[in-house]
Design a protein around this ligand. Sequence first.
Ligand code: C5P
Length: 318
Amino acid sequence: MRSYTLIAPAKINLYLEIISDRTDGYHELAMILQSIGLADEINVQSLSNQMIRVNCNHPQVPTDQSNLAYRAAELMATQFPQALAEYGGVEITINKHIPVAAGLAGGSTNAAAVLVGIDLLWNLGLTKSELEELGATLGSDVPFCVAGGTVIATGRGEQLSPLPNLDTIYIVLAKYRSLEVSTAWAYKTYRQEFGSSYLRDTENLAARAAAVHSAPIVKGILNKDIGEIAQKLHNDLERVVLPAYPQVSQLRELFSAQQGVLATMMSGSGPTVFALVESEEQAQAVKLQIRAAVPDEDLELFVTQTVIHGIQVTSSMG
Ligand code: C5P
């Protein structure tokens, strides 16, 4: 049986601005997304029947249709029924390292890996932009997860403009295992509390989204100036998540007080908090300091770094 093993990196948001609501229930965004080294490993293997099966080592991850990776395989099966008949169904095995429901696009990156893996398994020869387009029907972050690197994302997050690769930045991530924030809740609450200040004029709206291309943080990225990047981190969703989840605020304060931390911010709709740190040694030291301050086993801590790729194939068989 043929199989492919792929690396599916997580992401952090260096920037997240909510510009407006949309009639489809989503929000118009201007974001800067960054792939990080923390990644899941996905194996896709052909089956002799036409089934889709998902296995995962993480007890919290569903293996049915509610898993985005399963829906990615279903999408490929409906889009390419002849390939399904010719090559057979798919068994997907997910080795999870990325925390679940964390604001790190764990589910989206697994779905992106399944799209890339099935494209190879079924010899479809899809282009990156075709894979991204398919990904957009599954979730707003899936196209970015296919592409990876450092990217400006607008629309509902699916319209991508790549930025030049950053030099490696070291990152410490902190997430309470038992704490989950619903993305839908975060956006809905933001709309209720701050929706009155949304732009309604479509021309201004387009101009505001386009403005992200010349935002100071983008200048920092273009100049590879980590100090400038660190100063300009931004996430509008902090306005609703921090007051509702004091543990997230506390993590942010703890990070801010550590030597070597350039800046700290919540990723996506949270609850993961990340810190940009000058060097790997400092990142390890910050991790130890946070662990000493919060000995609670419920707190997961990771040292990782920025990476310049999305889904990558690491091995193939058959
Ligand atoms: O696209 P995805 O399924 O990842 O989005 C999850 C939820 O986040 C959506 O159902 C929606 O409530 C919210 N969302 C939003 N605007 C976006 C992206 C997500 O309101 N641009």
